[in-house]
Design a binder for this molecule. Structure first.
Ligand SMILES: [Zn+2]
Length: 520
């Protein structure tokens, strides 16, 4: 007898193949049967008439590393059907660390992810962190090796070139991470420490992954120009002999979009094994510290406050702010009670209220908030991201950032349903079968998730039941904390984590989500 039969639905299996009228039988944590199961017996039957049954979705770029330790059922994601999170994006996370850098990273990440200093309980390696993630929440997770953590631990935060000894230690650290099951190396070349990494350095570190076919996953040097950044990533992949994946790749003008996708089609995918992700929105979101000149980072996160008092730094910052539109950025979140009333305000309004020059107002705000200020940017039309979504090297990464009582980017709640609904029905960018593949089969294959991402007998029972007519995102910039519509049921390793559109709070213990290991 089966545990569960999901019957009368249409299966979209995640491979891109056309839908089929078939039932799915679940036994324990696996898909036990796919076919006509009308004669089979089961403890429970779920009627999926008029619904699609698909594999669980994979979010290949997110900032959920800490939330998975703190929240049993991370509803902004599970209610979209996301059953696996690929952690430790942008080269910045909570591991690997040593006693000293653990404090740095929890401090630095305060406006990006969940953890507080008092929650550090002594982990060092990525593997030790992932042991804590295993069975801690509703979702599965797999990790990158974040390069910022590796570099700061073994070569410091400064802008001097890495020496041979430091390089040897970094190569050992990356090798250990790959042995432990990481997907590959993530980099964030606009962020702390890594902004000083040279191309040659990145080639040498990435080469350590070649025996494992680890992925080089990069937030490229967007500040220096997207096309140049993608070209550098392709060069790194080619010289290191590893596949390349670009994080949140998009451009904001039609000529830039054309140039970028032409480069992808004529060069990138010929020179390396190439893919990319982006969330289906044009506007972005990141920490306010992102706008600071790179020089503030040379003494590490705890040295930044002192740098922000230096007149030179403020002068450089003023120059950078002169070219950005303050009215197009709003304060999405900050931790201080005193300043909480400013959440949701655009920076021009905030600056006017404080009555100081912009660079002084924002440097002082960063000092008051221990650097922890999250921004959302408003610029451009979502139409401009569509050519990327429609590209066949594209898979979904939400880049979602969560805080309660915040004005975060709606991509956190809406990325998957937006691909399944509006992008298929209204914009006709691709078929529903392709949308499901971009959310399940393709990322599972790319990020080495064994026996997941396709509805197939013997595979793990990560499953979503949704309504193709009504599925859509509901989160907006004004009102971001809105669950998707049309996602009815979500299973992770056979256990229900969303039932009738509602996140399940009484999850079995240990919880269903597992820490996964990469298999190329
Ligand atoms: Zn990024």
């Amino acid at each position: 007898m089966l545990d569960l039969i999901i019957e009368n639905g249409h299966i979209i299996d995640g491979s891109g193949a056309p839908r089929q009228r078939l039932d799915v039988g679940v036994q324990g944590d696996r898909i036990a049967a796919v076919g006509d199961l009308g004669q089979e017996t089961a403890r429970q039957r779920l009627d999926a008439a008029g619904r699609i049954v698909s594999p669980g979705f994979v979010d290949v770029h997110n900032h959920t590393d800490g939330w998975l330790l703190k929240v049993a059922n991370f509803a902004p994601k599970t209610t979209q059907g996301i059953t696996t999170e690929v952690l430790m994006a942008d080269g910045i996370s909570y591991a690997p660390v040593d006693q000293s850098t653990a404090r740095d990273w929890i401090f630095y990440m305060r406006a990006l992810d969940a953890l507080l200093l008092e929650e550090y309980d002594g982990w060092h390696s990525v593997a030790e962190y992932m042991q804590r993630v295993d069975r801690a929440s509703a979702q599965n997770a797999i990790a990158h090796i974040p390069y910022g953590n590796v570099r700061s631990m073994l070569a410091g935060y400064g802008d001097r070139p890495v020496d041979d000894f430091q390089m040897r230690l970094m190569v050992e650290e990356v090798t250990r991470g790959m042995e432990d099951g990481a997907v590959g190396l993530s980099t964030g070349l606009d962020y702390i420490g890594q902004c000083f990494a040279s191309t040659d350095e990145l080639v040498e570190v990435a080469s350590a992954m070649a025996p494992y076919r680890g992925l080089y996953v990069s937030h490229i040097r967007y500040k220096k120009g997207t096309l140049a950044g993608v070209m550098e990533a392709v060069e790194i992949g080619r010289r290191a002999g590893v596949p390349v994946h670009i994080s949140h790749m998009k451009a904001t003008t039609p000529p830039d979009i054309e140039a970028l996708l032409e480069y992808v089609d004529t060069v990138a995918r010929n020179e390396v094994d190439f893919s990319f992700d982006v969330y289906p929105y044009l506007p972005g979101s990141t920490m306010l510290t992102y706008l600071l000149p790179f020089q503030v980072w040379v003494d590490g996160p705890l040295g930044v406050a002192a740098k922000l008092t230096e007149p030179d730094v403020r002068r450089d910052f003023a120059r950078e702010l002169a070219s950005s539109k303050l009215e197009n950025m709003h304060i999405a979140w900050l931790p201080g009670r005193e300043n909480a009333r400013h959440i949701g305000k655009t920076l021009d309004v905030y600056v006017a209220e404080v009555g100081k020059p912009p660079e002084d107002a924002l440097c002082d705000l960063l000092i008051e908030e221990n650097l922890a200020v999250l921004l959302v940017f408003h610029h451009g039309d979502d139409v401009l991201v569509r050519p990327f979504l429609a590209h066949d090297c594209y898979m979904m990464g939400s880049d979602g950032i969560y805080f309660p009582d915040s004005a975060v980017h709606p991509r956190l709640y809406g990325s998957a349903p937006r691909l399944l609904g509006p992008c298929v029905r209204d914009h006709q960018l691709f078929s529903l079968e392709d949308a499901v593949r971009k959310l399940s089969g393709y990322p599972s294959e790319r990020f080495g998730l064994t026996e997941r991402g396709v509805v197939r007998e013997g595979y793990f029972a990560d499953l979503v039941v949704f309504d193709s007519e009504t599925v859509t995102d509901r989160a907006t910039y004004e009102d971001p904390h809105q669950f998707a519509a049309g996602i009815d049921h979500v299973l992770v390793n056979g256990a229900a984590v969303v039932r009738d559109g509602v996140p399940v709070e009484d999850l079995p213990s240990p919880r269903p989500g597992r820490a996964l290991k990469y298999r190329a």
